[in-house]
Design a protein around this ligand. Structure first.
Ligand SMILES: [Zn+2]
Ligand SMILES: [Zn+2]
Length: 299
């Protein structure tokens, strides 16, 4: 086994484990979750960008040679300056409203606060990924939602910038729905902070162009880059599968799992994509589609 092969086999555990360990260390040191999360998010981005240059999975894919990278940065910045703060405001508004609803529904005290922290985190991730699965599946099922999500899928390249290439409308839709079950169950802020960072780390890795290798069984449990590449395939059989970004368990349970060893990865992106090339046009594209093509079946 060459040195490169060895690095490819340890890249996922080192990067994911390393950043989760940094999170645990930072919180144990008493750092505030919000600035710690922002710092680790930026650090994670630059570390992955650097590792992509020295250990690329596909040498033909690169941030610096992709003509859509500028648009990716535009969508990512829009999420950072508008989407995330608006999403945060939505979550706070939801928290207040749901706190009252929890009382009405008799859900107070439901969250197992006495459990050891890893079990609480496991429960939180389970609930979050379940919601993430169904929201993502709905983005592929309903045409009016698909046009927003198509902006994320409309890319023949995969690298770190694709993680943030999300239409602002999709981000707000997700921010409105995804936290509801956890907030209703009364998940504490530390659990929400951990989940927020966990999905940044695994979201960046599954979109990255870092060579990451896994044994066949690992695809059933871990957020592998091979699973998410299949999801970005032009082939509709695979594009409408592997919805879970964080664990394939829900795909296995609900019959939408495609194992990378059994499914050949072809071209990525959207076949005959209707998504325009320009940034402003991409922003208006899903809104324009609501009137012109909303009755069509999803891509
Ligand atoms: Zn998708
Ligand atoms: Zn993706």
């Amino acid at each position: 086994m060459t040195l490169r092969d060895r690095l490819a086999w340890i890249s996922f555990p080192v990067l994911m484990g390393g950043f989760l360990s940094l999170t645990a260390w930072g919180l144990a040191q008493g750092f505030e979750p919000a600035p710690l999360g922002a710092t680790l998010t930026v650090l994670n981005f630059f570390v992955i960008l650097l590792v992509e240059q020295v250990l690329p999975r596909n040498p033909a894919m690169n941030v610096f040679r992709d003509r859509q990278s500028v648009n990716d940065i535009g969508h990512g910045l829009l999420l950072a300056v508008l989407g995330r703060p608006l999403g945060g405001a939505i979550s706070i508004w939801l928290m207040v409203g749901l706190a009252q609803l929890r009382g009405t529904l008799g859900l107070e005290g439901v969250w197992p606060a006495a459990w050891a922290f890893p079990f609480q985190l496991g429960l939180g991730l389970g609930v979050w990924t379940f919601c993430d699965y169904w929201i993502h599946r709905s983005l592929h099922t309903f045409p009016r939602l698909w046009w927003f999500h198509a902006v994320h899928h409309d890319t023949p390249q995969m690298h770190i910038l694709k993680s943030g290439r999300q239409h602002l409308g999709e981000e707000l839709f997700s921010a409105l729905l995804k936290p509801i079950p956890l907030l209703l169950l009364g998940a504490p802020p530390e659990i929400m902070a951990w989940i927020g960072l966990w999905i940044v780390f695994d979201g960046n890795l599954v979109h990255s162009n870092i060579d990451q290798r896994f044994p066949g069984w690992a695809h059933y449990f871990l957020p592998t880059v091979q699973l998410h590449n299949l999801h970005h395939s032009q082939d509709r059989r695979y594009q409408d599968s592997n919805y879970s970004g964080s664990s394939a368990i829900w795909d296995v349970l609900f019959g939408t799992f495609s194992h990378p060893h059994r499914c050949p990865l072809g071209e990525l992106g959207i076949e005959d994509s209707p998504v325009p090339r320009g940034f402003a046009a991409q922003l208006f594209f899903p809104i324009r589609q609501q009137w012109s093509r909303a009755d069509e079946t999803p891509q």
